[in-house]
Design a protein around this ligand. Structure first.
Ligand SMILES: NC(=O)c1ccc[n+]([C@@H]2O[C@H](COP(=O)([O-])OP(=O)(O)OC[C@H]3O[C@@H](n4cnc5c(N)ncnc54)[C@H](O)[C@@H]3O)[C@@H](O)[C@H]2O)c1
Length: 326
């Protein structure tokens, strides 16, 4: 139908969709088919990218378009289920931005449909394609920090404020994806404290207390914060690590610092003290080659669609997250 068209169509060209378009534009020389129910967003995209943007008339046209093999949904969780079902039943591979859908039942149905139609279903949990997070996984595997004791993740900013889902779902789901990836262990939600400030139906500020094996973990999410914070802290028995995305350089640091109580058996007769000891060594910047995370994620999706092999952020992975927050 359309000539010189990329095999991936983008649906939803709002804030994040337009960023996805920009990245797709770097990946392919071909024109890119898009669709948004809001015509204003289509016009804005066209103004920015000119003829590279091909605007589809409606969803049905995309469903029928044989050149389109893969779909990216950068729409809201309330419409994702309805849209995804149509495309999966039409044997199109699908990438859905987090947090995918609101209900576990709907996620399970999408997983079933992807399997039935032998197509790929991938969730947009972008941090799994981030070079810093990959580096942290390698460091943890090498047990550089000793035994992990505590983790704290802060994801705060003023906006974007969501209407449909609370902050722990919109923001905290990113952090749950990071924890599931880093530890590959069962994550248990112990408690969740939410604060509804701007309106009654969704919370703006939240803290999730979790346990990953024996590791205690707090995830703090807020879209009602004057400054932007994106910080992962890991406290180990031998060292501590901070990944601070807001730093322009040296985002990843390992602090050669720790605290401990001496074992009673090691007390000398002439010196008995039950005080905690603190060790403060040097701090090391960990070099990480920065890559375009969204480009990594989208090229990975395209590769998995071609290979017909399961992505790491497949439907089951998304369901695990939904089970924790849903
Ligand atoms: N991975 C990330 O880091 C990241 C970052 C930002 C947003 N997101 C996710 O991306 C999704 C979109 O967020 P956003 O900030 O771009 O929201 P947005 O409101 O700016 O954009 C959503 C777009 O979807 C369109 N839309 C809604 N219903 C539609 C339908 N039935 N058919 C076609 N288009 C429809 C809207 O008109 C709008 O343009 C959310 O789920 C959000 O959580 C992910």
């Amino acid at each position: 139908m359309y000539k010189n068209i990329h095999d991936t169509c983008l649906i939803g060209t709002g804030y994040w969709g337009s960023i996805i378009f920009n990245t797709l534009n770097k990946i392919t020389k071909k024109n890119i088919l898009t669709y948004d129910i809001n015509k204003k967003n289509n016009i804005l995209l066209k103004k920015k990218f000119g003829n590279k943007v091909v605007i589809s008339k409606n969803i049905e046209e995309i469903l029928e378009c044989r050149n389109i093999k893969n779909i990216i949904l950068a729409t809201h969780p309330s419409v994702n289920y309805y849209l995804a079902k149509k495309f999966l039943n039409n044997k199109k591979n699908i990438f859905i931005e987090k947090p995918i859908v609101k209900e576990q039942k709907k996620m399970k149905k999408l997983i079933y449909l992807a399997k039935k139609n032998n197509v790929i279903l991938m969730g947009g949990y972008i941090y799994l394609y981030n070079s810093y997070i990959k580096k942290i996984k390698k460091l943890l595997n090498k047990k550089i920090l000793g035994k992990i004791k505590f983790i704290e993740i802060n994801r705060k900013n003023l906006g974007p404020i969501r209407n449909e889902v609370s902050a722990h779902i919109d923001l905290g789901s990113h952090d749950l994806s990071i924890l599931l990836y880093l530890f590959d262990k069962k994550v248990k939600l112990l408690n969740i404290e939410t604060k509804k400030i701007l309106k009654k139906s969704v919370s703006d500020i939240s803290t999730m207390n979790l346990k990953i094996g024996n590791i205690l973990c707090d995830i703090n999410s807020s879209w009602l914060n004057p400054t932007k914070e994106r910080r992962l802290l890991i406290i180990g028995s031998k060292k501590m690590l901070i990944f601070d995305e807001m730093e322009t350089v040296n985002k990843l640091k390992i602090y050669n610092k720790y605290a401990y109580y001496p074992e009673i058996s090691k007390f000398k007769n002439n010196y008995i003290s039950n005080k905690a000891r603190i060790y403060k060594g040097k701090t090391k910047n960990v070099f990480v080659k920065e890559t375009d995370t969204l480009k990594n994620e989208l090229t990975y999706f395209a590769r998995k669609c071609k290979q017909k092999s399961q992505p790491i952020t497949n439907g089951e992975f998304c369901l695990k997250i939904l089970k924790l927050i849903g």
